[in-house]
Design a protein around this ligand. Structure first.
Ligand code: GLN
Length: 542
């Protein structure tokens, strides 16, 4: 039977609930258990797919094409053996819409449809489904205890704890122990209050994880335990660490995993965290640095590029360097020459994915510089589309654009996937197509890599699987022209033969891909494409 660990947060948001939950999961996995994780988000949007990265950070895409909360990225980076799916993230909006759909169909046979039991039953069914086939399912509840909107989730958790029993369910609560500088003391009161708040809705935490800036004294730990009715050894301290990847070791050192296994009656070997130690040692001890200029639209909020930031960090460890990311505002770059100095000073340039026209000229200016000056360039999704447009404009002399930005462009190098094939069976993209609905290419897809391409050499394989999230595609009509001028197509999608990647042969490292390699980068090992990109940046520096 699957054991459930519910994770709530108190006092304030942004304490790193996702990372902490993922760290617990990583230790349990290191004890040989099969672990999965789910995030429940209390907002009304059906999924984060339509939400601005400015508000909510990046949208993480799963193998099966779900557009999810960025916490799922942490889950996959911390777990080695479990992949996230559609089942692992759901919102209040998704729950309500499912219940309302059933009501309209008449499934409730004329009954009054209510939060309890109908909404809570729907939540419980999804929690149970998400844990099927696993030893442990960690269930993270978004938001902070006391929020009105997370109440139905909390109530569902309360009911499930009773239904599952003490041996199969436990509650972990993450809180903040603030340090008051003027008093020179850490304060436990917010934690006490937050547990009181939990108790008022019938939830008693089994474990408290106390986040703090400073170390917390034994006295305070004892005080927290006695005021909250939590065993002293279950009050786990988690002071700020240099790297999030140290957290599994910090929790393991306090025997949190022993406590969980004891409670659930699980007899497993000790956790072997040597690979985590190795990774964090390498991460914290690197001296040499390289700088990657990342030219994007959402640069004020680095969370918007979370998976790319992590992938570069992993690739840094794989190459024994620290990667500094210099975020450059694409829109400002269009006219600001002093900002352009950042591009010139960087060891490599990266243009990430994005939607909409704003900032595209700035991005192309950076791409052109990298192309003409032999600076390593990695283009991801929109970063590939703009690389193709930049090349078509400045090398082929075409009045090129994407129909995303100019519906009537004379040279639609990039267009929508509507009416892909003409009567001869050749790929054609209509430049006037405007139907955006349901045309998104989402999730993992196979690509075939061209022999002798740099990309094939990088991956060391003729076929790869990578995740997608885009509507527009490169227009097959221009392949010949591009190739004759030196831009090579290095990969095609296995299914529709759409262009997956381009490169420039007489450039030391210029690779742009239509997919998102960042979603599959792992701390333990990195990702071939990012590893090779950072290696090239390191080479440039020398
Ligand atoms: N806006 C582009 C498209 O929809 C690129 C999307 C992306 O970069 N993820 O195709």
């Amino acid at each position: 039977m699957t054991k459930f660990i519910f994770v709530t947060g108190g006092v304030v948001s942004s304490l790193g609930k996702g990372i902490t939950a993922a760290s617990v999961a990583a230790i349990l996995e290191a004890r040989g258990l099969k672990v999965t994780m789910t995030k429940m988000d209390p907002y009304i949007n059906i999924d984060p797919g339509t939400m601005s990265p400015f508000q909510h950070g990046e949208v993480f895409v799963t193998e099966d094409g779900a557009e999810t909360d960025l916490d799922l990225g942490y889950y996959e980076r911390f777990l080695r053996h479990s992949k996230m799916t559609q089942r692992n993230n759901f919102t209040s909006g998704r729950i309500y819409s499912a219940v309302i759909e059933k009501e309209r169909r008449g499934d409730y046979l004329g009954g009054t449809v209510q939060v309890i039991p109908h909404i809570t039953d729907e939540i419980k069914a999804r929690i149970r489904a998400s844990g099927e086939g696993y030893d442990i399912a960690m269930i993270e509840i978004g938001g902070t205890v006391g929020d009105i909107e997370s109440l139905p989730f909390m109530e569902a958790v309360r009911q499930m704890q009773v239904e599952l029993g003490r041996n199969n369910a436990m509650l972990m609560h993450l809180t903040l122990v603030p340090y008051i500088a003027s008093a020179g003391e850490s304060k436990t009161k917010p934690t006490q209050h937050s547990v009181k708040e939990l108790r008022s809705i019938g939830l008693q935490p089994d474990v408290l994880i106390c986040r703090s800036e400073h170390a917390i004294s034994d006295d305070n730990r004892l005080k927290i335990a006695s005021f909250t009715n939590v065993e002293q050894r279950a009050v786990i301290l988690c002071p700020d660490a240099k790297s999030i990847y140290q957290i599994p070791s910090i929790l393991h050192a306090q025997h949190l995993d022993d406590l969980i296994c004891e409670r659930f009656g699980l007899d497993t070997p000790e956790a072997d965290l040597s690979d985590w130690h190795q990774f964090t040692q390498a991460l914290l001890n690197t001296q040499e640095t390289v700088t990657v200029a990342m030219v994007g639209k959402y640069v004020e909020l680095p969370d918007a590029y979370k998976s790319i930031n992590e992938a570069l960090l992993h690739a840094g460890v794989a190459n024994n360097v620290k990667v500094n990311i210099d975020y450059v505002d694409a829109e400002k770059l269009e006219n600001d020459d002093s900002l352009f100095e950042h591009i010139k000073a960087a060891d490599a340039v990266l243009v990430p994915g994005g939607f909409g026209e704003r900032g595209t000229l700035g991005k192309m200016k950076a791409i052109r510089y990298a192309r003409e000056n032999n600076v390593p360039y990695l283009g991801i999704c929109l970063g590939m589309q703009l690389a193709v447009i930049e090349f078509a404009r400045n090398v082929l002399g075409l009045d090129a654009n994407s129909t995303e930005f100019d519906k009537k462009t004379k040279a639609p190098l990039i267009g929508l996937i509507t009416e892909w094939f003409d009567e001869k069976g050749e790929l054609q993209l209509r430049s006037d197509a405007s139907d955006l609905g349901g045309t998104m290419r989402l999730g993992a897809q196979k690509a075939e890599l061209v022999e002798d391409s740099k990309l094939r050499q990088i991956y060391g394989s003729p076929v790869i699987t990578e995740r997608h999230r885009h509507r527009y595609e490169m227009n097959g009509r221009y392949i010949e022209q591009l190739e004759n001028a030196g831009m090579k197509i290095s990969g095609y999608s296995a299914k529709q033969h759409l262009v997956e990647s381009v490169e420039i042969a007489n450039h030391p490292w210029y690779v742009a891909v239509q997919f998102h390699p960042e979603f599959t980068s792992q701390p333990r090992g990195g990702h071939p494409l990012f590893n090779s990109f950072v290696a090239a940046a390191k080479q440039t520096k020398k």
